[in-house]
Ligand binder design. Structure first.
Ligand SMILES: Cc1cc2nc3c(=O)[nH]c(=O)nc-3n(C[C@H](O)[C@H](O)[C@H](O)COP(=O)(O)OP(=O)(O)OC[C@H]3O[C@@H](n4cnc5c(N)ncnc54)[C@H](O)[C@@H]3O)c2cc1C
Length: 358
C-alpha cells in the first residue's frame, strides 16, 4: 500500500488515522489548527456510532468522557410536556473530549499540527503545504470539513446554500443544573415553530445547551458573547423559567453561533487519487445527529476497501457505492426534520426524535 496523506484532524481525519493505524497502513495527517486549539461543541452519537468508535477507542475510557441519555422529553415553550421517547443508547460527548481520545492513539511523528494544506495544483492530484512544497503521498484522503477548499477546487460547479436555521451552542460547568436534568435530553419548542432550546448532560458537572433559530424569523447578528447573551435573554424571556435561568447562569466563554450550510447536490466522493470523507464529502445538517457516525463509517469503509482491493481507484469506487445511498437518506431525513422544526408544534408529526435513522 502506498503512502497516504490525510488532510484535517477533525473527527473524520482522526478516525481514518485510527483505522489505518489498526491495519498498519502508512499515513501522515496534516491539521491546520494548533494542537491545543480544541474549540467546539458536542455531539449526540447514536448506538451505531458507538459501535464504530469502540473499535478504535478503549470502551471504558470513552464512556468515562461522556454520558448516555435515557429519555428524550419534548416540552412546549411554556413547559407543557408534549411527548417522551426512550433513547436507545444515545451517547453525548464534547467534541474536545472525542478529539483528544481519537488523537491519543496517533504517534506524534504521524501528525503535523499548524500545517494548512492548500489546493493549488490539486487537479494534478498534488496538494501542497502552505509554503508551496509538495506533500509526499500517493493517495490523499480529504477530511477538511463542510466548507472543504479542496472539494471546492475540484468540483467548481458545486452549489452550497445556507440552511434556514442557525444554532447557538454552549457548554457550561454547573453541577446543580446537571443533577437536575439527570440523564434526560430535554428540549423546549416554541408553539409557533422555528425556535427551540435543548439541554443535555455531558458529565456530572457539565451540560451542553443549544438553541435552534429559524433564521428568517430571528436575525442573529450578535457575534460577541455579551451581545449573544443579551439576545438570548430577550428572545427566551417569557419561556418556562428553567430556560431563561440557564441562559442567565451560563458562562459565555465557549458559546458558538453556527450558520448551517448544505450542498444542493452531492459531488462524487473521489477524483483520481483523492477521496473525501466526513463533512468534506457530505455536510449533514445538525438535525440528523449523524455527522460523527457517518464520518466513522466513511473511515471504516474506506479503510476496509483500501485493504481489500488491488488499486486505490477500485477501493474509492466501492467506498462511494456503499456510503452514498445512506448519506442521501440522512440528507432527506435532515430536510424533513428541518421542515418539522419550522412548523407550529400542533402541525408537527409525532416522529419527534432529533436524530435521523436509516
Ligand atoms: C451546531 C452543530 C451541531 C452538531 N451536532 C452534531 C451531533 O449532535 N451529532 C453528530 O454526529 N454530529 C453533529 N454535528 C456534525 C458534526 O460536527 C460533523 O459532522 C463532524 O464534526 C464532522 O467532522 P469532520 O472531521 O468531517 O469535519 P471538521 O470537524 O470540520 O474537521 C475538519 C478539520 O480539518 C481542518 N482543516 C480545514 N482545512 C484544512 C486545511 N486546508 N489543511 C489542514 N487542515 C484543515 C480543520 O481545522 C478541522 O480540524 C453538528 C454540527 C454542528 C455545526
Amino acid at each position: 500500500m502506498n503512502k497516504i496523506a490525510v488532510v484535517g484532524a477533525g473527527i473524520s481525519g482522526l478516525s481514518m488515522a485510527n483505522y489505518l493505524e489498526k491495519h498498519n497502513i502508512d499515513y501522515h495527517i496534516y491539521e491546520r489548527r494548533k494542537k491545543e486549539d480544541l474549540a467546539g461543541h458536542g455531539f449526540l452519537i447514536p448506538q451505531e456510532g458507538i459501535e464504530y468508535l469502540t473499535q478504535i477507542i478503549d470502551t471504558a475510557l470513552l464512556f468515562e468522557h461522556g454520558s448516555f441519555l435515557k429519555k428524550y422529553i419534548q416540552y412546549s415553550h411554556t413547559g407543557k410536556k408534549l411527548a417522551e421517547k426512550d433513547l436507545n443508547n444515545v451517547f453525548a460527548i464534547s467534541r474536545q473530549a472525542l478529539i483528544q481520545l481519537l488523537s491519543g492513539n496517533i504517534s506524534s511523528e504521524k501528525i503535523s499540527y499548524n500545517t494548512a494544506i492548500i489546493s493549488s495544483d490539486i487537479e494534478k492530484g498534488k496538494p501542497k503545504h502552505s509554503d508551496g512544497t509538495d506533500i509526499e503521498a500517493d493517495v490523499i484522503i480529504v477530511s477538511d470539513g463542510s466548507k472543504s477548499r479542496i472539494r471546492r477546487s475540484l468540483f467548481k460547479d458545486e452549489k452550497m446554500r445556507q440552511v434556514q436555521e442557525n444554532e447557538v451552542v454552549n457548554i457550561i460547568q454547573n453541577e446543580e443544573i446537571a443533577a437536575s436534568i439527570e440523564n434526560d435530553f430535554i428540549k423546549f419548542h416554541h408553539d409557533q415553530g422555528g425556535l427551540t432550546f435543548g439541554i443535555l448532560k455531558l458529565s456530572h458537572d457539565t451540560i451542553l445547551w443549544y438553541s435552534q433559530f429559524d433564521n428568517e424569523k430571528y436575525k442573529i447578528n450578535e457575534c460577541t458573547s455579551d451581545n449573544l447573551k443579551k439576545y438570548m435573554l430577550d428572545v427566551f424571556a417569557d419561556w418556562y423559567p428553567l430556560v431563561p435561568s440557564i441562559i442567565q447562569k451560563s458562562s459565555y466563554e465557549h458559546v458558538h453561533l453556527w450558520c448551517v450550510y448544505e450542498l444542493e447536490e452531492l459531488n462524487p466522493f473521489y477524483k483520481d487519487n483523492i477521496a473525501f470523507i466526513g463533512d468534506a464529502a457530505h455536510p449533514l445538517i445538525p438535525f440528523t445527529s449523524q455527522g460523527v457516525t457517518s464520518a466513522l463509517k466513511d473511515s471504516y469503509t474506506l479503510t476496509k476497501y483500501l485493504v481489500e482491493e488491488q488499486t486505490f481507484s477500485e477501493a474509492f469506487q466501492k467506498y462511494e457505492a456503499e456510503r452514498k445511498p445512506e448519506i442521501e437518506t440522512h440528507i432527506n431525513n435532515g430536510r424533513i426534520l428541518l421542515n418539522q422544526f419550522l412548523l407550529p408544534t400542533d402541525q408537527q408529526t409525532d416522529n419527534i426524535l432529533p436524530i435521523s435513522y436509516k
